[in-house]
Design a protein around this ligand. Structure first.
Ligand code: PGA
Length: 270
């Protein structure tokens, strides 16, 4: 029996500057401290809590985590595929590691659709992150038009193919890749995919990993769902066999709603 610890990853997007990030992390931690059962579960690492602040807030968030003593992982929302050079406005994976990041989100739909990131660029970033030991959270998902056109699976399959092109493994040693299924129409809309849809697509992704990298990689890879996850829809989602956590936007910006998701996940697990 494989134990995939659910990851509850708060993607803050372009919210919370350095001071607010540090204070938020401290507030989150002290609320966890004050709740004995929650604190016990988080310290026992039954779930993994992750925060993904904007680049400029990473260092202060890291400080807040360190001071708080509550285990929380830190990640960034994007990176460039080169180590350094003439890439105005970009940040490299090595820089993220230096500031204390364990994770980096790659190919988020806002990067794909607003900033025109192509599958090929995301593939280069994946390779770089893997080569430097930064764990990536690869986001995939279809638009409403693609869904209505009945091509959800082929769109997701192509995104996965391109992201993993040229990679032969080893995959998922020490959980070096996480995948987030995030249907674009569910992000920030309040319209979460049904639990059955989330499960179906997470299983589809797991099968893809199995075909490409083998049974063990498929068993070990954590697959998250993202798109309008809130405390009141967490339990149904987290009860699905192939959903190993959530990428949370709006609801991760508020201590109460983020912890509501954490608590409801723990309730499903215990
Ligand atoms: P949302 O965002 O929870 O606000 O829908 C999810 C995401 O974009 O990762």
């Amino acid at each position: 029996m494989v134990n995939r610890v659910p990851l509850l990853a708060g993607n803050w997007k372009m919210n919370k500057g350095p001071l607010e990030a540090e204070n938020f992390v401290k507030d989150l931690a002290s609320t966890i401290h004050d709740n004995e059962s929650l604190s016990k579960a988080v310290k026992a690492r039954i779930v993994e809590i992750g925060v993904f602040p904007p680049f400029v807030s990473l260092e202060r968030a890291k400080k807040g985590i360190f001071i708080s003593g509550i285990p929380m992982s830190l990640g960034a929302q994007n990176m460039h595929w080169e180590d350094n050079g003439a890439f105005t406005g970009e940040v490299s994976g090595e820089m993220l590691k230096e500031v204390g990041c364990k994770y980096v989100i790659l190919g988020h739909s806002e990067r794909r659709h607003i900033f025109r990131e192509k599958n090929e660029m995301i593939g280069k970033k994946m390779k770089k992150a893997l080569s430097i030991g930064l764990k990536s959270i690869l986001c995939v998902g279809e638009t409403l038009e693609e869904r209505d056109g009945g091509i959800t699976e082929s769109v997701v399959e192509e995104q996965l193919e391109e992201a993993f092109r040229g990679l032969t493994g080893p995959l998922n040693q020490e959980g070096n890749v996480i995948i987030a299924y995030e249907p674009v129409w569910a992000i920030g809309t309040g319209r979460k995919a049904s639990d059955e849809d989330a499960q179906r697509m997470c299983l589809f992704i797991r099968k893809f990993i199995g075909d490409k990298f083998g049974f063990t990689a498929a068993q070990n890879v954590r697959i998250l769902y993202g798109g309008s996850v809130k405390p009141d829809n967490t339990k149904g989602l987290m009860s699905q066999a192939d959903v190993d956590g959530a990428l949370i936007g709006g609801a991760s910006l508020d201590v109460e709603s983020f912890l509501g998701i954490v608590k409801n996940t723990i309730d499903v697990l215990l």
